[in-house]
Design a protein around this ligand. Structure first.
Ligand code: URA
Length: 198
């Protein structure tokens, strides 16, 4: 394994990691975004929610999932007894892609160390990947959300259980999928309860 350096996100504490995100110029997105969007929530969370990238509202406010999709995500989390402030919420990308275009693979790769750093510090019991970009990035696959959801998958050498569900922005356009997301979220809730120390 490569020797850790002072600029290795895998050795950083929270303050260092946050400062490194703010200072990052590893891809071109820093030129077009307003500000970085690090992540928010409980740093001891049992559940880590991973989304795609900041949108316009997040770019303006500096916090993930604060727009319409975020409000729906909040209601979904609330409904399974994991309100927003009890979980940790982060995105694959810390900077908004222009016009909310999909992240490019290279951008996700270059940003990956920050998400891994967050994961290492939080050590969540479970990961909920919302949407295709988060799911495909974490699981290193091309499979669709429709094929990835409905079963437990694993992330990383620690084999953290991952559940995949549809992105709330997609749900806003396709509300008929809500019952599937409800199934996914109640499955997450049951798994937390089963290992429960809360
Ligand atoms: N969509 C995401 O995936 N993340 C956000 O932070 C906001 C919208």
């Amino acid at each position: 394994p490569a020797k850790a350096t002072a600029s290795d996100p895998q050795t950083m504490d929270w303050d260092e990691l946050e400062a490194a995100v703010v200072a990052c110029r590893a891809c071109g997105l820093c030129d077009t975004r307003t500000q970085t969007v690090f992540g928010v929530g409980n740093r001891q969370a049992r559940l880590l929610v991973v989304g795609e990238a900041p949108g316009a509202d997040e770019d303006r406010q500096g916090e993930p999932f604060v727009g319409r999709a975020g409000q729906l995500l909040n209601r979904m989390l609330e409904a399974i007894g994991c309100p927003r402030e009890t979980v940790y919420i982060a995105n694959v990308l810390k900077c908004r892609p222009p016009g909310n275009r999909d992240p490019r693979q290279e951008e996700s790769q270059r940003c990956q160390g920050f998400l891994l750093g967050q994961l290492r510090l939080i050590r969540p019991e479970l990961i909920l990947a919302v949407g295709r970009i988060a799911a495909q990035h974490l699981l290193q696959t091309d499979e669709s959300v429709g094929r990835l959801r409905g079963r437990w998958l694993e992330f990383g050498p620690e084999r953290i259980p991952v559940r995949v569900t549809y992105h709330p922005a997609y749900l806003l356009r396709s509300p008929e999928q809500k019952s599937k997301v409800w199934d996914d979220l109640t499955t997450v809730r049951r798994r937390l309860d089963a290992s429960g120390t809360e």
